[in-house]
Design a protein around this ligand. Structure first.
Ligand code: NIG
Ligand code: FE
Length: 417
């Protein structure tokens, strides 16, 4: 075995070669789709891609016999690991009965207004200890990894007090440490207004108390706000995100999920990394995002679960703007599989399989400001990849219900098979 860098680091994966792919999704193409290579392979040194191309060529320079980790894709599809850029994956408690109520016709907003929904999860999270929250998240990360996700954004937001939000963010950090999936932490103290509080006073608490505490601990990268009818209005959202920016947290916005209250304008003005949901966005709102360089993040599983109309993905794609896809995994949208989301993007939103695969990899990475090549297998990118049990990209959405992910590689090491 040849140690690629000769450093002798026992944790270093050295040389990784994944070869024999029928098709390999390399990264974005010139348009809004992906570039693929047939009969392909990639090589990585110490977890970073160094070569990608036809198997014959790659193996000439990086023979599989010399590799510390050699994966024979055996004529199957290889993609970059999925990136899931919007989840609320850390929580406690159970809301399955709300699923039944919604099937019976009760609306999400009515459940929230009656103290259920997010507020119910908040009660369960406040009562849970940190280790339980970490263990809950790790369990979900296991499922995500088995479905090919290698990077996931996780939001706090079920604490709604300084202590409980910090508890969630510490639990997120602990899960990241304990698990091969890369976890990107977002502070979302402005996820809902706590019971027995009014929105103005709580907005001030988020700005004056929660944000400084989070910034002081350095345990979040983004600040997100539920800018929505009956939650935080555009002006409150703008203040919170501006304060987040002051504290070095990049803004993100939950925009136009149930009503258009001006969230896309806020996202563009504060320079948000992403605006997410966009179910009720009109053409002007969409233009504001495109002009502002804000990545649209579409969450078709949420629309599916709520029985709502899907976001208008084609409006962006036809204009040459790629869209990111995410699960939005939370107790209201119990979806952890990006493969399922890719299916919904194609069938429900008429994205092409290539556009959807780009949305689940490279554009998803952009939505969380990962510019190191995450979501691609180009030289320099982290060696995060999935060998799927199919031969072509189209078969990911084509398989409506079966997980295509077989072997998963993170930082050049096989972490799931
Ligand atoms: O993105 N819309 C706000 N937040 C989540 C739902 C969270 C919950 O219902 O617990 C979302 O859909
Ligand atoms: Fe969300």
């Amino acid at each position: 075995t040849v140690a690629a860098d000769g450093s002798g680091d026992p944790d270093s994966p050295g040389l990784t070669v994944v070869h024999g792919a029928s098709e390999l999704v390399v990264g974005p193409d010139e348009g809004v789709g992906v570039e693929t290579v047939a009969d392909a392979a990639f090589a990585a040194e110490d977890g970073q891609v160094v070569a990608v191309g036809e198997t014959e060529e790659v193996l000439r320079e990086y023979p599989a016999e010399n590799a510390d980790v050699a994966v024979d894709a055996d004529g199957r599809l290889v993609t970059p690991g999925f990136v899931d850029p919007h989840t609320h994956a850390i929580f406690a408690g159970d809301r399955t009965d709300e699923f039944e109520a919604k099937l019976g016709g009760t609306s999400y907003e009515d459940i929230l207004a009656a103290g259920g929904g997010i507020l119910r999860t908040v009660r369960a999270v406040r009562a849970a200890d940190e280790a339980t929250l970490t263990a809950n998240l790790v369990e979900h990360l296991d499922v995500m990894l088995a479905h090919g996700t290698t990077t996931v954004e996780v939001k706090s937001g079920y604490g709604l007090s300084t202590d409980a939000e910090l508890k969630l963010l510490r639990a997120i950090a602990a899960a990241d440490e304990a698990h091969p999936v890369t976890v990107v932490p977002t502070f979302m103290g402005a996820h809902a207004v706590p019971e027995d509080r009014e929105v103005e006073g709580y907005t001030e608490e988020v700005i004056e108390e929660q944000l400084p505490a989070v910034a002081d601990q350095g345990i979040a990268e983004f600040c997100d706000v539920f800018c929505e009818r009956g939650v935080f209005d555009a002006e409150q959202s703008r203040r919170i995100l501006a304060a987040g920016l002051e504290a070095s947290l990049t803004p993100k916005v939950h925009a136009d999920e149930f009503a258009d209250v001006g969230a896309t304008g806020v996202a563009a003005d504060v320079g948000a990394a992403s605006a997410d949901h966009l179910l009720k966005t009109d053409d002007e709102g969409a233009d504001r995002l495109v002009d502002g360089g804000v990545t649209p993040v579409l969450l078709p599983a949420t629309a599916f679960a709520l029985g709502e109309e899907y976001a208008d993905a084609r409006r962006f794609l036809d204009g040459g703007t790629p869209v990111a896809l995410a699960t939005d995994f939370n107790p209201n949208c119990y979806a952890r599989s990006m493969g399922f989301v890719v299916t919904l993007a194609c069938v429900g939103m008429r994205a092409t399989p290539d556009e959807a695969l780009r949305g689940a990899t490279h554009t998803a990475a952009r939505a969380i400001d990962r510019t190191d090549g995450t979501g691609t297998l180009r030289p320099g990118a982290p060696a995060d990849a999935v060998v799927h049990d199919v031969t072509a990209g189209v078969e990911i959405p084509y398989n409506l219900d079966v997980n295509t992910a077989d072997r998963v590689v993170v930082d050049g090491e096989v972490v799931h098979e």
